[in-house]
Design a binder for this molecule. Structure first.
Ligand code: NAD
Length: 497
């Protein structure tokens, strides 16, 4: 059986713990690998090596760092088929979707190639007579990233290419459910010329996470995962005096206005609710039907959900793959049972799907609920599966209020032909990423990604300009070169003259 180890100081490393996690292929339900679950001493060793590497890497000119990152970009492109297959085999999503997610990660690497421009700083000549002032951004040290199962390439790539481009070194703790893609990326980065110790991976679970939170030599932690763990990371990282960004869960609403192009809205919703089997933090899991559009919306969407082609991710004809684990499948099915108990109308029931030849895979068909109300748990909680809830409201204002009252605020979108409705929605909605006639408004790499409310704890979003700010600290220098005239001491607050 394939054993996934750690990657420390440029080498595969066995570590001190023999605890192991099992990794299954969700399409077949077969265990294909095991992953070492690291210990505190493994993490501390990785940080020690990363700290030594920081001394040199932080002084490498940004343009030279960018050249290595450019080679890394080329190697990702060259190896994209292998990387994509690793995602499919451990996560389960369909091949083209997995490739798309890798490409969105690659775009961050492309953005990081322009790091000299981002680190240029600001300069003002003569802030006072013969006094100049400039601001520069300097790297922090050893940064750490803790990532979820649902984007095994893209989410780590929101973090480490940006941190490393800025001159930091990095320790990644990937999801223990699908760590192979991150390991392959580490090997490719080394092949691109990255010095040993700059990028390290310690596989594991809570033990490694807690070791990250306690390690005094880590000044910054980036986290993406569920809200309870995001809150835990935020509180404990801050308690240990670390800078922290912790992105959490979501319940994304798509508002369908009566004047919209319904075909477009239905097609958008199908991809956004059922793509990647709903295991996306930007999945649209609530359709808000405004006014009289509810019946037509449910009628059109239900036909498409019934004909969704569910199958293994490597089958080119599959539109939706299995869920990540057996436990997660049971959890999602449990939510569908709950919705029925809570009184929502289950229009399409995907619970009993059986696939010939894949009887042990973790499959569920698309599920569609109508007449969901805001007091139901299936409305309030994140299900993270292919389950779409339709909530009916009377008008635009009710839709706005509904979304603004929800505890999560990751992404949202509106389908309308009315520019005023679209603009007011974008202006008034309390959500971090907004789409207007766009189903999944994931910002591109040179903007930044992040939600509001309990979808993000911390101040800065990920990648793009926010990523540069998170992974650097600002230093402002004010200088004067006296030309022989010595000034007397001044005891009043200096004002530039
Ligand atoms: P998770 O919170 O279970 O795990 C995330 C990471 O935290 C993993 O590396 C895991 O090993 C670690 N972890 C888990 N339990 C822990 C504990 N008790 N103590 C310390 N560390 C722990 O999340 P997941 O199931 O891997 O991913 C799905 C979740 O991630 C969903 O809630 C989804 O919305 C969210 N997500 C959010 C975004 C975003 O940008 N907001 C993006 C992707 C995923």
């Amino acid at each position: 059986m394939n054993l996934i180890q750690h990657f420390i100081d440029g080498k595969v490393f066995t570590g001190s713990s023999d605890r192991k996690g099992k990794i299954f292929n969700p399409a077949t339900g077969k265990q294909e690998s095991a992953v070492l679950l690291g210990s505190k001493s493994d993490l501390d060793l990785a940080v020690e090596k990363a700290k030594i590497a920081f001394g040199t890497w932080s002084n490498v000119p940004a343009i030279q760092r960018a050249r290595i990152i450019f080679k890394f970009k080329e190697l990702i492109e060259k190896n994209s088929d292998e990387l994509t297959k690793l995602i499919v085999s451990e996560h389960g999503k369909v091949y083209e979707d997995a490739k798309g997610s890798l490409t969105r990660g690659l775009e961050v690497v492309e953005f990081a190639c322009g790091i000299p421009q981002m680190l240029k700083g600001e300069f003002t000549e003569n802030v006072g007579t013969n006094i100049d002032s400039w601001s520069t951004r300097q790297p922090l040290g050893v940064c750490a990233g803790i990532t979820p199962f649902n984007f095994p390439a893209m989410v780590p790539m929101w973090m480490f290419p940006m941190a490393i481009a800025c001159g930091n070194t990095f320790v990644l703790k990937p999801s223990e459910k699908d760590p192979s893609c991150a390991m392959k990326l580490a090997h490719l980065f080394k092949e691109a010329g990255l010095p040993d110790g700059v990028f390290n991976i310690v596989n594991g679970d809570k033990e490694v996470v807690d070791a990250i939170l306690q390690n005094k030599d880590i000044p910054a932690v980036s986290f993406v995962g569920s809200t309870p763990i995001a809150k835990y990371i935020y509180e404990n990282a801050a308690k240990n005096e670390k800078r922290v960004q912790a992105l959490g869960g979501a319940k994304n609403h798509c508002v369908v206005m009566p004047d919209c192009d319904l075909d477009q809205a239905v097609n958008g919703l199908m991809g956004a609710a059922y793509g990647s089997a709903g295991e996306r933090c930007m999945a649209q899991s609530v359709a808000v039907a405004v006014g009289n559009i509810g019946d037509d919306l449910v009628d059109q969407i239900s036909k498409k959900v019934e004909s969704l082609k569910v199958g293994p991710g490597m089958d080119k004809t599959s539109e939706m793959g299995p869920l990540v684990t057996k436990e997660h499948l049971e959890r999602v099915k449990g939510y569908v049972d709950l919705g029925v108990k809570e009184g929502a109308k289950l229009v399409v029931d995907g619970r009993d799907i059986k696939l010939q030849g894949y009887e042990n895979g973790y499959y569920i068909g698309g599920c569609l609920f109508d007449y969901v109300t805001k007091d139901m748990r299936i409305y309030k909680e994140e299900i993270f599966g292919p389950v779409l809830s339709v909530v009916r409201v009377n008008n635009f204002d009710e839709a706005l209020q509904l979304i603004n009252d929800h505890e999560f605020g990751n992404g949202t979108s509106i389908y309308t032909r009315d520019g005023d409705a679209g603009r007011t929605f974008a202006n008034k909605i309390k959500v971090g990423m907004v789409g207007i006639n766009i189903p999944i408004p994931v910002p591109v790499a040179y903007h930044s990604f992040g939600g509001w409310k309990r979808s993000l704890f911390g101040d800065q979003h990920m990648h793009g300009p926010e990523g540069v700010r998170f992974y650097t600290k600002l230093k402002t220098i004010t200088s004067r070169w006296p030309s022989g005239v010595r000034s007397n001491p001044e005891f009043i607050m200096p004002v530039m003259k």
